[in-house]
Design a protein around this ligand. Structure first.
Ligand SMILES: [Fe+2]
Ligand SMILES: [Fe+2]
Length: 333
């Protein structure tokens, strides 16, 4: 047993005195310095707990709201096979939301409180889901670019210092790879189809290229919380580093599709060994976050309605838990 493990097991039986806090903080700092994992029963700074509760719950909200643009296309998918694939993908997103709410709850805030923050509008979700899916090609662009950007963001989160978050991300990333691949394949079929289909694919990419790049968050010099998250080993790479990685990865994929990104500044920079790309529309990004995107109102209305419609399920589960387990804690959302 290492000295860190010994301190950790002593800590687990400890109380909450100032001396315990000092020991706990020392152990926490040591675990972070060793690039090790923090478990729910470990001591952690209040700010670390708060940051993670916000990040993990908002990640969960994004997965749940993210079901909406694609669910709109399940009944309009062009074949039974496409319908089955899209249904599986949307169900995966529901599952991601559930793993992440479970991970967030281990930090001490009950799930119903986290869900209420979304319904009240006090918690955010990813701004990308406030854009509509106008055509079937948008389903391809969402899978390829939106899920693709999510993978770039989330693979490093598998090593996040908070263990339940990292563990949830491992499975999520495996499923996201399938999502990205199915989107690319939809676009491949369209871009090798009729001229109209190819045009539809190109227009979908034109709509989603900018918003997908904005998914990495504001530029590094306008991202005040990033440094602390990196010091805590929650975040491993900066917003701009991840954005660059995504552009470098997707440009050759777009070439394979025979489609272009609508960015006159996009070109290979031999010296840097990366693609240069144009400035993004950060005013639009801020407006969408503030609630002024094309679908913000609709997304929240639909989520509130779904929550109300599900009240009887929560009620029934609560009654079942009380009857058979003498507790209502089996269901908190
Ligand atoms: Fe997901
Ligand atoms: Fe996904």
């Amino acid at each position: 047993m290492s000295s860190t493990d010994t301190t950790r097991s002593l800590q687990a039986v400890g109380g909450t005195s100032a001396a315990d806090d000092a020991t706990g903080e020392k152990l926490f700092n040591q675990l972070i310095a060793d690039d090790s994992r923090i478990e729910p029963t470990d001591w952690m700074p209040a700010a670390y707990r708060k940051t993670l509760t916000r990040q993990v719950s908002q990640h969960a909200h994004s997965e749940i709201i993210g079901m909406q643009p694609e669910a709109n296309w399940i009944s309009r998918a062009p074949s039974l096979k496409r319908k089955a694939i899209l249904m599986a993908k949307v169900q995966d997103e529901a599952g991601h939301g559930l793993y992440l709410y479970s991970a967030a709850e281990t930090l001490g805030t009950p799930r119903d409180e986290l869900v209420q923050q979304l319904l009240d509008g006090t918690a955010k979700y990813s701004s990308i889901f406030n854009y509509p899916a106008r055509t079937w090609a948008d389903i391809g662009a969402i899978g390829w670019l939106v899920d693709g950007a999510a993978i770039c963001n989330q693979v490093p989160l598998c090593r996040a210092s908070y263990a339940p978050y990292g563990r949830a991300m491992v499975r999520i990333c495996k499923e996201e790879s399938f999502h990205q691949r199915q989107g690319w394949e939809i676009l491949y079929e369209l871009s090798h189809g009729t001229p109209e289909q190819k045009q539809m694919a190109q227009e979908a990419i034109n709509r989603f290229y900018g918003p997908a790049l904005q998914m990495f968050g504001p530029p590094d010099d306008d991202s005040p919380n990033s440094q602390q998250s990196m010091a805590w080993n929650i975040k491993r790479f900066s917003n701009d580093e991840l954005r660059q990685r995504f552009v470098d990865m997707t440009v050759p994929q777009a070439e394979a599709l025979g489609l272009q990104f609508e960015d006159p500044d996009l070109k290979w920079n031999e010296e840097r060994g990366h693609y240069d790309f144009g400035e993004l529309d950060w005013d639009e990004f801020k407006a969408v976050i503030k609630g002024e995107g094309p679908c913000n109102t609709q997304r929240m209305q639909r989520r509130r309605q779904a929550h109300e419609d599900g009240a009887w399920v929560r009620e029934a589960a609560r009654a079942y838990a009380e009857k058979y387990h003498g507790t209502d804690s089996a269901l908190t959302a």
